[in-house]
Each structure stands twice: as C-alpha cells, then as structure tokens.
Design a binder for this molecule. Structure first.
Ligand SMILES: Nc1ncnc2c1ncn2[C@@H]1O[C@H](COP(=O)(O)OP(=O)(O)OP(=O)(O)O)[C@@H](O)[C@H]1O
Ligand SMILES: [Mg+2]
Length: 308
C-alpha cells in the first residue's frame, strides 16, 4: 500500500536534554485509521507535533502527502488537519466565525456550504452562533474537530479525541471518524482507551519511552498475541497442582478453588482434550468452566510491562 505519511528515523531531544523520540520509522497508509497507543509521556504528542511541523525533529524526516514537512511546510501542512490534545479556542468568537477563520488561514476560498456540512456532521449546527466560552467541554472538542476539518485536509490527526467525552459523544465521534475515512481521509489518532483502538483502528502502533515497539494490523495483533484462557472451578480445593498435571501449564488460584489454563489461539492444538483427560485420571472434578479471550487492553499492558 502507498504511504501517505512517511516518517524516517525521527529522533527528538528536547532542550532539556530529554530524549522523547528514538529512531522512529513508520509509514501511514492512505485511507487507514491508525491508532497510536502508549502510556503517558511515551512521545505520542511529540510525534504528532513533528509530523504537523509544530515541533522540529532533531534528526530524521517526515513526508506528508508527498511534501517534506520542513522543506515544503506550507504544502504539507495544507493537507493536514490537527485536533490537538489541549483545547485551544478563541473563547469570545462564535463557532461559525472560528471555523470559517481557520479555513481562511489555509488560504482556502470561503465555502459556507462545506462549513455547514461539517458543523451539522458534528452536531454543532444549532450552536453556530454561540460564543465558544458558552459551550460545554465536549462541544468545545467538537469545535476543535470542525476547525481541523475546515480546510478539507486529507490527513487528520486526532490527539486523544475522546478524553473527557461522555459515552454517547464518543460513539458519535467514532461514527464521524469512520465516515471521514469513507470520504477518503486518512486518520491517525492517539488514545488511552484501548477499546477505542480495538473498535476503530485498522492498524495499531504501540509507542513506549519514545520507541515504536510494535506496528501491526489490529486483527493480526489480536490473533497473534491473543491468548485464550479456561478457568475450571474445582469441586474440591487443591493444595497444589498434582505432579501428573505438571506438564500442563496450569495456574492454581491462591484459595485452591480455580485452575486456569492458557493456550495460544494460533496453536495447532489447544491441548484441552488431553488436559481434560488427565484431570479425570487424576480424579479432579470441576463444577464449572469459563473461557476468556484476552482483549487488546491486556495485550497492550503486557507489551508495555515487558519493556519497562
Ligand atoms: N517542550 C518540552 N520540553 C521538554 N520535554 C518535553 C516537552 N514536551 C514534552 N516533553 C517530554 O517528552 C515526553 C513525551 O511527551 P509527549 O507529550 O509526547 O507524551 P504523550 O505520549 O503525548 O503523553 P500523554 O499520553 O500524557 O499525552 C514526556 O516525558 C514529556 O515530559
Ligand atoms: Mg499527548
């Protein structure tokens, strides 16, 4: 697939001497939704700010829709919409004025019909004449999105788009992001909400301490790292796992009432049949059995933990 954003060997050391990004190389495919996941301070905002030309990389280069973000800043920036993590809006302006003004900054000729559509899509139309200071936090965030879309960018960055947004509005935003993708916009979002990435992303990148530690198709990631677990509720508590069962990878709960067996969903054999057979042989009976598939959240937490 053709990359629409190409990041090559980007590192960033801030003036404080802090190394926020280390040799980041990453291609974003045209038309995808890419979710960048990482704990606080991992470097997500720094990376986005570099791609958008707000922060200068110490080394490396970024090409956005064919333009070098430094050498051809204006052309590159024209293609990009950015919804920053921090809300920055002009409190005294109306919604309509601020969004229209934003479009003008990019040198686009006015297009009231387009702005109207954006505001309607974001359920802001009835607020178009309201001053921004009179809006709720969630509405302000939507105004930020409207501003970012005002000049019809082909690449949209959403830095924590749903932080502090209620459940219903999150759903609306997800739908909006999907419809933007359908209209051909490439979307890169950062999020702390793993379910958001799980729900939305085509691909997921994990960043930790300034390094990209994994980039994968979301589905492949879930398949590859996803483990399934069976928990057996025992009829009688065990003191320890009997030797006859030692070769199965089992965990016994502290109270001795539950045996947990994990298996790889990719594995050729799950080993469940032999396990059940061996349990019967050992005279261990169970009352109930539960299965569970690990979520993207668990995969992510494990990944980050392994590296720290
Ligand atoms: N202007 C700056 N000067 C010095 N250090 C900075 C500056 N901006 C960010 N940092 C540091 O760089 C690291 C990465 O910050 P960044 O904002 O990119 O993280 P993040 O992944 O977006 O985190 P969060 O999830 O909290 O938004 C942090 O340790 C931060 O303190
Ligand atoms: Mg951030």
């Amino acid at each position: 697939m053709q990359p629409i954003v190409s990041i090559s060997d980007v590192s960033k050391t801030y003036a404080t001497g802090f190394e926020a990004l280390k040799h980041v190389t990453l291609d974003i495919h045209k038309g995808e939704i890419f979710a960048l996941l990482g704990p606080n301070g991992a470097g997500k905002t720094t990376l986005i700010s570099i791609i958008c030309g707000i922060v200068r990389a110490s080394t490396g280069r970024v090409i956005a829709d064919g333009h070098d973000i430094i050498g051809e800043y204006r052309q590159a920036r024209f293609k990009i919409g950015l919804v920053p993590q921090e809300l920055t809006t002009d409190a005294f302006e109306t919604v309509w004025a601020t969004v229209t003004h934003s479009r003008g900054l990019f040198g686009r000729s006015s297009n009231p019909a387009y702005i109207e559509k954006v505001l309607k899509d974001l359920s802001l139309w009835d607020k178009k004449d309201s001053k921004i200071m009179t809006l709720s936090g969630g509405m302000k965030r939507r105004v930020m999105i409207a501003k970012a879309l005002s000049h019809e960018p082909t690449i949209l960055f959403l830095d924590e788009p749903t932080a502090g947004v209620d459940v219903e509005l999150r759903r609306d935003m997800w739908n909006l992001v999907r419809s933007l993708r359908e209209s051909g916009v490439t979307i890169i979002l950062t999020t702390h909400y793993i379910d958001e990435a799980e729900e939305m992303a085509d691909r997921v990148g994990v960043i930790n301490k300034g390094e990209i530690i994994l980039v994968e198709e979301k589905k492949a990631l879930m398949r590859k790292l996803g483990k399934k677990e069976i928990t057996l509720e025992l009829a009688k508590a065990l003191d320890r796992i009997p030797d006859a069962l030692a070769h199965h990878k089992l965990d016994l709960s502290a109270d001795g009432h539950e045996l947990t067996y994990s298996y790889d969903t990719q594995g050729e054999r799950t080993g469940i049949t032999t396990l059940l057979h061996d349990l019967a042989e050992a005279g261990i009976r169970f009352r109930d059995l539960n299965t569970k598939q690990s979520s993207l959240e668990e995969i992510f937490v494990n990944l980050v933990r392994e590296r720290s």
